[in-house]
Design a protein around this ligand. Structure first.
Ligand code: 0O2
Length: 235
């Protein structure tokens, strides 16, 4: 019998719960878990606001936007569960806070590579932000061709009774890198693809094209900007 996608993920979830040596642990800890998720949501809002402020200033000063869009997400309880188990930790609220960096995720999609570095730099230098980790998969792409700049930031959130620092993973990519990553993501989660290896090779080729394309487009933008600046000076 073929299971629908929904039935499959429900069956998977039940199986995972049964495998846990402390069944129902998530339920027991539901309240602190929900509270922690609320805090991650607030941290996402803080980081989004910081990025939008930079965007507003940029468009005012330079007449262009440093990013095209922002996509944010909270990691699902099942993914949290699976990641903690994979790392060998039991599933507790304390361990989520202690060992996971990407429960709160913000993805910033830029047009050009230099906007990525400028934005990441401006965000990292804000005095209430601490950079916990920085992985530059643009300068050092993964062997499969994955490119993005990842920052793990610790940002304060201001609750009624306390100020708390929460970790947020911010991924910066160009539009083309994002296009590539969504297609590659599909390959990762598809099992038993016949020509999987050939597809992986082709994806790696596409990633190299994308790098060339991103920098070529950036070069064209620079030439247009310089031509515009020259015209203004001549006016
Ligand atoms: P999802 O479904 O996006 O949440 P760490 O968090 O540091 O313990 P990791 O995986 O070493 O674990 O961190 P890394 O390399 O910084 O990757 C974190 C995220 O980047 C992944 O989250 C993906 O979103 C993205 N990513 C990393 N490598 C690839 C890749 O090869 N292809 C694609 N499409 N995305 C990638 P998750 O939790 O794996 O998944």
């Amino acid at each position: 019998m073929e299971l629908t996608k929904r039935e499959e993920s429900e069956a998977q979830r039940r199986q995972v719960m049964m495998l846990d040596d402390k069944p129902g642990v998530l339920l027991e800890e539901a309240k602190p878990f929900i509270n922690l998720m609320m805090q991650y949501k607030c941290a996402i809002m803080e980081v989004e606001t910081k990025l939008k402020v930079l965007d507003a200033e940029f468009s005012q000063e330079y007449n262009r936007n440093p990013f095209e869009s922002i996509k944010s997400r909270l990691k699902s309880p099942l993914s949290i569960y699976e990641k903690l188990r994979k790392k060998g930790y039991s599933v507790t609220v304390n361990n989520i806070e202690r060992y996971l960096n990407d429960v709160a995720g913000v993805r910033v999609i830029c047009s050009f590579p230099d906007d990525i570095y400028r934005l990441a730099d401006l965000l990292s230098r804000q005095d209430d932000i601490e950079v916990i980790n920085r992985k530059d998969y643009i300068k050092n792409p993964k062997p499969n061709g994955y490119r993005s700049l990842h920052l793990i930031l610790s940002t304060p959130i201001f609750l009624s009774r306390e100020k708390k620092y929460i970790r947020v993973e911010v991924q910066f990519r160009t539009i083309a890198m994002d296009f590539w990553a969504s297609l590659e993501h599909k390959l990762k989660y598809k099992k038993n693809i016949e020509d999987g290896e050939a597809i992986a090779r082709e994806l790696k080729n596409c990633s190299d094209f994308i790098e060339a394309l991103d920098y070529q487009m950036q070069g064209i933008r620079d030439r247009i900007d310089n031509a515009e600046a020259g015209t203004e000076e001549g006016d």
